[in-house]
Design a protein around this ligand. Structure first.
Ligand code: TRP
Length: 338
């Protein structure tokens, strides 16, 4: 029980961009593999969070599909790595209710995500408002110390810390506080937020929701699509291949992508191209490298069966229920519910 826990919730995405993959998924897999001997690693699908908005009938299938991405990206299947679905561990909802009784409306009303999602709406469901409390339950049930998430979730980590502190002050040290967002970033050790840019509009982040197909590379793209998109990427009129995100975001983005798909330090790629001026050559190389990378990933993905994922989930859910129920019992006792 002295091993620290690293925990993260991954939204079920049926389709990921190369940006999501290289910027978030691959770093998470690397982190998990690095620590799978000295930490528990909990990677779960927050399906109760998913239902705050209308979902289609594909939720379960999407969860399995998203988890396959992690396996295909090389997540090791060590005994310390646990994957599970939130809704299969009822302690999450129960602890959420209990934490609701110490959380304050004012605090929740100040959450940026809530404000963004409720702005201009006539009616907002309570789940959207309560989202961060369920998230706190997800984290506190497992005494997670490290919670690798994107910047948009930092406020929720802070809230989790405040709730845990308030609870511990009242009832004794029952919960472990996750470390602060600054410490999380240090722990993740990701080179200053890798941000893959939109190919057409490289001032912006590559995003799934961008309408233009040429702006984004999807993990399901064919080699021809990948090549066409990269060959038509926006560049600049500077005429030098160098890394300068400010003045040459398009070229810099291509250099960054090439480094990541080849798993090489960015500096190596920059040196290789130093003094070169033909953007077309760079594009051809990056197009080739990315299509090989995606092709290999797709081949690996195709070898993973649904059943394999379902078996891992069953194991993970056994483990998660044991840990979560033990923690929940402590909390229930503190509240005289047991
Ligand atoms: N809110 C997270 C996101 O949108 C997903 C999530 C739910 C999560 N519960 C969590 C992440 C607990 C970390 C820990 O990405």
């Amino acid at each position: 029980m002295t091993q620290p826990t690293i925990l993260t919730g991954i939204r079920a995405n049926s389709e990921l961009t190369l940006g999501n993959f290289l910027g978030a998924l691959v770093p998470m897999v690397r982190l998990a593999n690095q620590h799978s001997n000295d930490c528990h690693i909990n990677i779960f699908a927050p399906d109760l969070h998913s239902i705050i908005s209308d979902i289609d009938g594909e939720l379960q299938q999407n969860i399995v599909h998203s988890l396959k991405y992690y396996l295909a990206a090389g997540l090791s299947l060590n005994k310390n790595i646990h994957i599970y679905r939130q809704s299969r561990v009822p302690a999450h909802s129960e602890l959420c209710w209990i934490l609701n009784c110490i959380a304050s409306m004012g605090d929740l009303g100040r959450m940026t995500q809530y404000k963004d999602k409720s702005e201009g709406k006539d009616s907002v469901n309570v789940g959207i408002f309560d989202y961060p409390v369920l998230m706190a339950a997800d984290i506190l049930l497992y005494d997670a110390t490290y919670v690798p998430v994107g910047e948009d979730q930092f406020q929720h980590i802070e809230l989790t810390r405040r709730l845990a502190e308030k609870f511990n002050k009242k009832f004794g040290k029952i919960f472990t506080l996750p470390v602060t967002p600054e410490q999380q970033v240090k722990f993740m050790n990701v080179a200053d937020g890798i941000r893959i840019r939109d190919l057409q509009n490289p001032e912006k982040k590559m995003s799934k929701s961008t309408a233009s197909e040429n702006s984004k590379i999807m993990l399901s793209d064919t080699p021809e699509q990948v090549k066409k998109k990269i060959m038509s990427a926006t560049t600049d009129s500077v005429g030098k291949i160098q890394f300068d995100m400010f003045n040459q975001p398009g070229i810099s983005n291509l250099l960054q992508i090439d480094a990541l798909v080849n798993d090489l330090p960015l500096q190596d790629i920059i040196s290789t191209w130093a003094g070169e001026t033909h953007y077309g050559d760079l594009k051809k190389k990056v197009a080739e490298d990315v299509s090989v990378f995606i092709g290999e990933f797709q081949r690996k993905l195709a070898t993973i069966s649904d059943q394999e994922v379902l078996d891992l989930l069953a194991q993970g859910e056994d483990y998660a229920n044991q840990v979560a129920n033990a923690k929940l019992l402590e909390v229930q006792k503190a509240f005289h519910l047991r």
